[in-house]
Ligand binder design. Structure first.
Ligand code: FKS
Ligand code: ZN
Length: 343
């Protein structure tokens, strides 16, 4: 399969994040994408292409115009104040507050985020913008007939909602691609999110809609980030009722447990009969991941690729998380090579 990739991701590199009460170097770092790209080359997965520029319009089919403009202008406003460190929010509206968008940059950072997990530097907007273009181009190739494509997006996207960032995510690459598929004529798209963390942004974006089915396998919100979403009883709302499926699993879950949830998610997706499948591909389910608690090993990702291939659907893989940097390339590309071998 073909891989879509832009070097621009390198411009996004922040200094610190909060983990277990400590400011630590960011787990989400440029070398993650480098390792995956190296492995794509090493395994001769297929061509590697730079994305075309589809502009801002397809981003605003998912995100609000105000939010996208905020992201675009945020660093310039920050720097104008003489600030040099990474941008981080520090205040959020408390429960029962109907928040109005404040004017100053600190207030707006809180207004447009759900946590302090998405720091921005001078190049974050550009990196996120081109990351979304990577997903859009991979999507366009599926719409034109590619059986499968790999969008090597960085930064990741599945925690970003209509008008908020968080958890290393700014623009929801998978959701932007899903919407673009619908806009180019598809009637039904399914998103299978296999990242360790619940894809709260993707869920939220499509929660009230029947045209995108969302299924996610992740650490139970009782124990794991993003802490407040991902329960099994979140099934969608209104017209979207019955089109959202969460599989929260306990800490320490291995392939046996994990693959049972996968089997169920696959039956649900097959029954939905989507025209296209989008896989939010996080490999932080790996046993040695530094911030996660599942126990998949590198060979399990081969099984995952085979299982996904059995659905027989045009498939767009979108890179999400994975922080065992030494193994991220092997694990992510294992899914893709095993998928290709069966298609
Ligand atoms: C654990 C702290 C958790 C934030 C984790 C963010 C995960 C991001 C991700 C994405 F795919 F978006 F990158 N800190 N002690 O992996 O879901
Ligand atoms: Zn994750």
């Amino acid at each position: 399969m073909r891989t879509f990739y832009s070097d621009t991701h390198r411009l996004h590199h922040c200094n610190a994040e909060l983990n277990e009460g400590q400011l630590m170097p960011c787990f989400e770092m440029p070398s993650r994408a480098d390792m995956v790209l190296d492995r794509v080359k090493h395994t001769k997965l297929g061509q590697i292409l730079e994305p075309d520029d589809f502009g801002l319009a397809p981003l605003m089919r998912v995100h609000s115009e105000q939010y996208v403009k905020f992201l675009e202008q945020a660093w310039g406003r920050w720097a104008e104040l003489g600030r040099e460190h990474d941008m981080l929010p520090l205040a959020w509206p408390p429960r029962r507050t109907v928040a109005r968008c404040p004017e100053d940059i600190d207030g707006q950072l809180g207004f447009y985020s759900f946590d302090a997990g998405a720091p921005m530097n001078a190049g974050t907007w550009q990196a996120a913008y081109h990351g979304a273009q990577v997903a859009l181009f991979a999507q366009a190739c599926i719409a034109k007939g590619d059986k499968a494509t790999f969008a090597l997006c960085r930064p990741p996207g599945h925690h970003a909602g209509i008008d908020y960032m968080g958890g290393y995510c700014y623009l929801n690459n998978a959701a932007i691609a899903a919407q673009a598929l619908l806009d180019s004529g598809a009637g039904r798209v399914a998103v299978l999110d296999v990242d360790f963390h619940h894809g709260n942004g993707t869920q939220d974006i499509f929660y009230q809609r029947p045209d995108v089915l969302f299924a996610s396998i992740h650490g139970d919100p009782r124990n794991e980030y993003p802490c407040f979403t991902g329960y099994a009883d979140e099934r969608g709302e209104g017209a979207g009722q019955g089109f959202n499926f969460n599989y929260p699993l306990p800490p320490g879950s291995d392939w046996l447990t994990w693959s049972r949830a996968l089997g169920d998610a696959m039956r649900v997706i097959a029954g939905y009969q989507p025209e296209t499948l989008i896989v939010s591909l996080g490999v932080d389910t790996f046993k040695d991941d530094p911030i996660s608690s599942f126990k998949l090993d590198s060979d399990d990702y081969l099984r995952l690729g085979e299982q996904i291939a059995l659905l027989g659907l045009p498939t767009l893989f979108v890179m999400e998380g994975g922080y065992a940097v030494e193994e991220i390339g092997i694990n992510a590309v294992n899914v893709l090579t095993a998928f290709d071998a069966l298609r």
